[in-house]
Write a new protein. Structure first.
Length: 406
């Protein structure tokens, strides 16, 4: 049968082997975890462990902050809690509004709604899928207290313009950098550009501890607030029972910190490989009719490539073939997925917002809704850790499937 025959029609799949496995670990993780285990200090508070043991959490927080050019870092249980704590540390309270994009993981909204902060949705840019700064100002009201800029897929949002708008209106800027460890905007590390940054260490992320999160900031007062909220209201260098704020126990463990320390030793090499493979794939996809690439602002000085995203071109998009395109390309052995659904239409978010406000408000975000329904396709970060043949197979499969629609 011809190699051009689609696999879904009985043809030979382009790829019959898998892609790079994730997570990646070796004896370094094993040795650091063993060191924590034998130390007797497994948690992040109380007790010093056996003599000579150097706690991993302070080491990890310091290195993580340095990686992003931030003065301070606070570790937390996950990336969702990181956003909630960042909002609280910045003084955002129940009943206030925060402007976010609709093209993001649901946690960006639910982290706010968890304590009554109301998400207001600003549409995204068609060419980047990042929050459109020019849609923000029209949504600002007296209740608006913050903007959350989400660095989707590892591409930083337009922090220059977002900070300008925030400064003009006296708003806090929080960077949701869950997917953007190591990324930078105009030479500055994400998480150090706004007032606070939040990161995820969940198992799929480029820096993986199974679960966990980090808050970064250059503002010492915000760091102290965040630290206190995560440590049941204690204050840095205060007494064990000196609780001066209302807080919770959101601490990570020494085991997770050990994993992050080990994983960070490989991060730069992995980032370079993702960048190399993304460039190779980009060059190949640019030649394929029926496919459209995202644009990247010249001020994105480093893209983390947690995802590689591309789009169906206008001719295919208007035919509503996205689901069938995905089915055909998956049959060719390529793990393409559909990506997010618009949060501005999410029933759980709408219900929770109505419960807090008494009003059911649906924000119109036509660009996001169109992109989600008809255009955007994803490849996850481990695909970009594969060899060059794997990347060529992705491009060949996309070309094969695109031709089947033309």
């Amino acid at each position: 049968m011809s190699t051009s025959t689609l696999a879904v029609q009985g043809g030979t799949p382009v790829r019959t082997t898998g892609f790079a496995t994730w997570p990646i670990y070796d004896d370094l993780e094993l040795n650091l975890l063993k060191e924590v285990l034998e130390s007797g200090k497994w948690g992040g508070a109380g007790g010093s462990g056996k003599a000579g043991y150097k706690p991993k959490l302070p080491q990890m927080e310091e290195q993580f902050a340095q990686l992003h050019g931030a003065k301070h870092a606070v570790s937390v249980v996950n990336g969702t809690v990181a956003i909630t704590v960042a909002l609280q540390a910045a003084g955002v309270r129940s009943g206030d509004e925060v402007i976010i994009p609709p093209y993001t993981f649901i946690a960006t909204a639910t982290a706010a709604l968890a304590y009554g902060v109301i998400p207001v949705f600003a549409d995204i840019e068609e060419d980047t899928l990042l929050i459109d700064p020019e849609k923000i100002e029209a949504l600002i009201t007296p209740k608006t207290k913050a903007i959350i800029a989400v660095h989707i897929a590892g591409a930083p949002a337009n922090m220059t313009r977002i900070n300008e708008i925030a400064s003009k209106h006296g708003l806090v800027v929080i960077e949701d950098a869950a997917q953007a460890v190591g990324a930078s905007w105009d030479g500055q590390g994400v998480g150090s550009i706004g007032d606070l940054g939040t990161f995820s260490l969940q198992s799929s992320k480029n820096l993986n501890a199974g679960e966990g999160g980090i808050i970064t900031t250059n503002n010492t007062d915000l760091w102290q607030n965040a630290w206190s909220i995560c440590n049941v209201g204690r204050i840095p260098n205060g007494g064990w029972y000196q609780h001066e704020k209302l807080g919770q126990n959101y601490r990570m463990t020494e085991f997770q910190a050990a994993l992050v320390l080990a994983q960070m030793t490989r991060l730069e090499q992995q980032m370079q490989l993702r960048e190399q493979n993304a460039a190779r794939l980009e060059a190949a996809l640019a030649q394929i009719e029926g496919v459209k690439l995202l644009k990247q602002d010249a001020r994105v000085s480093r893209h983390a490539y947690h995802l590689y995203m591309f789009k169906l071109g206008p001719e295919l998009a208007k035919r509503n073939v996205k689901d069938e395109f995905i089915k055909r390309i998956q049959a060719e052995g390529i793990p393409v997925s559909a990506g997010y659904v618009p949060l501005n239409r999410n029933v759980a978010v709408l219900d929770a917002t109505e419960a807090w406000t008494g009003t059911r408000t649906v924000y119109e975000c036509p660009v996001c809704e169109s992109m989600c329904a008809d255009e955007v396709l994803w490849l996850t970060q481990n695909v970009l850790l594969s060899d060059s043949q794997a990347i060529d197979d992705v491009a060949e499969a996309v070309s094969k499937v695109a031709k089947s629609f033309l």
